[in-house]
Design a protein around this ligand. Structure first.
Ligand SMILES: Cc1cc2nc3c(=O)[nH]c(=O)nc-3n(C[C@H](O)[C@H](O)[C@H](O)COP(=O)(O)OP(=O)(O)OC[C@H]3O[C@@H](n4cnc5c(N)ncnc54)[C@H](O)[C@@H]3O)c2cc1C
Length: 504
């Protein structure tokens, strides 16, 4: 006999994760009789930070029927083409990690191989000279990317800097419009079925009892169901990612918003500066083993230009992930599933991919163990790959101004990361796995931005005529410069958000 369908889903938590999950599942089940309830507590509140995103968010809200212009208006958003990393390699250095690729393939050979050969001879400029997105970001230009670029040089993508609370509200409106119900009350008890250990019911402070067949834990750092009730366990990555606190504060914006996030390395961590239309988000992420709360706060104050809009808020966290994101009839999404510092703006993206996986493997009431295994396996891989990418930023630094940076440089990294670094160093080779968020171009940005470059390259390149290659590089630079010159400024775009992509 086949198991019965799940038709009663309870989502615990009304932060970004809870409402994104609710909006997306409500749309997914729009033609079916599936009840979806969100339980949260306005007394407890949400984390509420989380303002920089990666381009997948645009696909997410477009699937919900929203346009870029609508979301930008509702959330006071600006466009994001890249992250500008300041002072990471050494004080005074900077590089961009763009949402785009570098250069052009020549005779089936990836750009990195011939660029590196010429760069070693002093005959090629910096990597960023060959990226449209970097050139646009650097000159504060912006135009939406065309659906189909005319050639490789025109390939780039973009994301948003947005007000996280306004975005969660937008998701909430969509969910409620599509039939999701909402209960605002603190959960006081999670009742398990004695015979199976499945979650059967939530007891609420207002006296209500909420039954469900599938529970989605979006309760944030509380991990109320997945950890407190079901003991999923936590894999701690603090030894690789020692930053464990942040100060966050919003300020009045005093300069026109650039189309990129700024991530600036500081003595024991880094600062973010995220421009929105109506204000700026700022934060200091730091390792409390190396610097006091007070000093970290002072460092943040020094770096914020405009007047503060409220008192700075402290957040505490620990890098790592739930050992099992799905246990019995409970799936964790968002901060309940794990935390990686916001250096590459990956938290909201990990919410999106968790929702994708829930849809892909949506269970019957028996919660088939194979589905749970697959979900947990994919989630583990995805988190580990994002983790490795973030560790890379720290590992490659050459700063000598504090123990924090010296220790980061000296730490031994996970084998999976070491493997990637060795392949790149040996031959400019990139490993690309399934369930991996960052493409080779992203890895190349961080490697090259920290002067970690291949010692050798594809031997095919040695047979190419150098004059021809040099001419190709010069043409790429000229083409990109022409293209960028013709683009409007980012501020022009913000005033005219309905404009479409420039023709090639
Ligand atoms: C310093 C910092 C900076 C960040 N920056 C970024 C960024 O730039 N980009 C990005 O993508 N992400 C960022 N993030 C992550 C981002 O904030 C989160 O991914 C996002 O807010 C989702 O949070 P959440 O919904 O999982 O949890 P929360 O926002 O904490 O929501 C938890 C929900 O659970 C409810 N709840 C908890 N316990 C109970 C209970 N007992 N009864 C009833 N309800 C309960 C709460 O009321 C709340 O509604 C950042 C995080 C931090 C800490």
């Amino acid at each position: 006999m086949t198991a019965a369908a799940v038709n009663n889903i309870v989502i615990v938590g009304g932060g970004t994760a809870g409402w994104m999950t609710a909006a997306s599942l409500a749309q997914h089940f729009i033609h079916q009789q599936v009840r979806i309830q969100v339980v949260d507590s306005s007394e407890i509140g949400t984390v509420g930070v989380g303002e920089a995103t990666i381009p997948s968010i645009r696909r997410f809200y477009q699937q919900l029927g929203m346009t870029d212009a609508e979301v930008m208006q509702a959330t006071g958003a600006t466009a994001k083409l890249a992250i500008r990393f300041n002072d990471w390699y050494q004080s005074g250095s900077h590089f961009y990690h763009p949402f785009g690729i570098y250069g052009q393939t020549v005779r089936n050979t990836h750009f990195v191989h011939y660029w590196r050969m010429l760069q070693q001879q002093g005959k090629a400029g910096p990597l960023g000279d060959y990226s449209l997105a970097v050139q646009m970001a650097d000159k504060h230009k912006f135009s939406p990317s065309p659906a189909q670029a005319g050639n490789e040089l025109g390939v780039y993508d973009w994301a948003l800097h947005l007000d996280a609370n306004k975005f969660a509200k937008l998701m909430r409106d969509i969910a409620l419009k599509n039939g999701v119900t909402h209960i605002d009350s603190r959960i006081t008890q999670v009742v398990l079925a004695p015979e199976t250990g499945f979650i059967r019911q939530l007891a609420l402070e207002n006296g209500q009892q909420v039954d469900g067949q599938l529970f989605i834990d979006c309760s944030g750092f509380h991990a109320l169901l997945i950890e407190q009730a079901l003991d999923a366990g936590f894999e701690d990555w603090h030894h690789w990612l020692p930053c464990d606190r942040a100060w966050a504060v919003q300020s009045q914006r005093v300069v026109p918003p650039p189309p990129y996030t700024q991530a600036t390395a500081t003595q024991a961590g880094w600062q973010w500066h995220i421009p929105l239309q109506h204000r700026q988000g700022n934060g200091q992420v730091y390792a409390s083993d190396y610097i006091s709360d007070q000093q970290a706060l002072e460092d943040l104050h020094t770096a914020v230009d405009g007047p503060l809009l409220h008192e700075p808020r402290q957040l505490r966290f620990r890098a790592g992930r739930r050992k099992q994101a799905w246990v019995k009839n409970c799936i964790a999404v968002g901060l309940a599933a794990g935390f990686l510092e916001p250096l590459e703006s990956t938290s909201i993206a990990l919410i999106e991919t968790a929702i994708d996986k829930i849809k892909l493997l949506f269970p019957k009431q028996d919660m088939h163990p194979a589905l749970i295994r697959e979900f947990n396996d994919m989630t583990a891989r995805e988190y580990a790959r994002v983790r490795d990418f973030i560790i890379l930023h720290y590992k490659l630094n050459q700063r000598d101004d504090s123990d924090f940076w010296r220790d980061c440089r000296a730490m031994s990294v996970p084998d999976s990361l070491m493997h990637k670094m060795e392949l790149f160093e040996a031959r400019g080779h990139f490993v690309k796995y399934r369930w991996e968020m960052f493409q080779p171009a992203s890895w190349l940005s961080v490697y090259a931005g920290n002067q970690f470059l291949p010692q050798s390259w594809d031997p095919m390149v040695d047979n190419f005529e150098q004059d021809y290659l040099q001419k190709s590089l010069a043409e790429i630079r000229q083409n990109l410069a022409r293209h960028v010159d013709a683009m409007p400024s980012h501020t022009h775009f913000l005033d005219n958000p309905n404009v479409t992509a420039l023709s090639e």
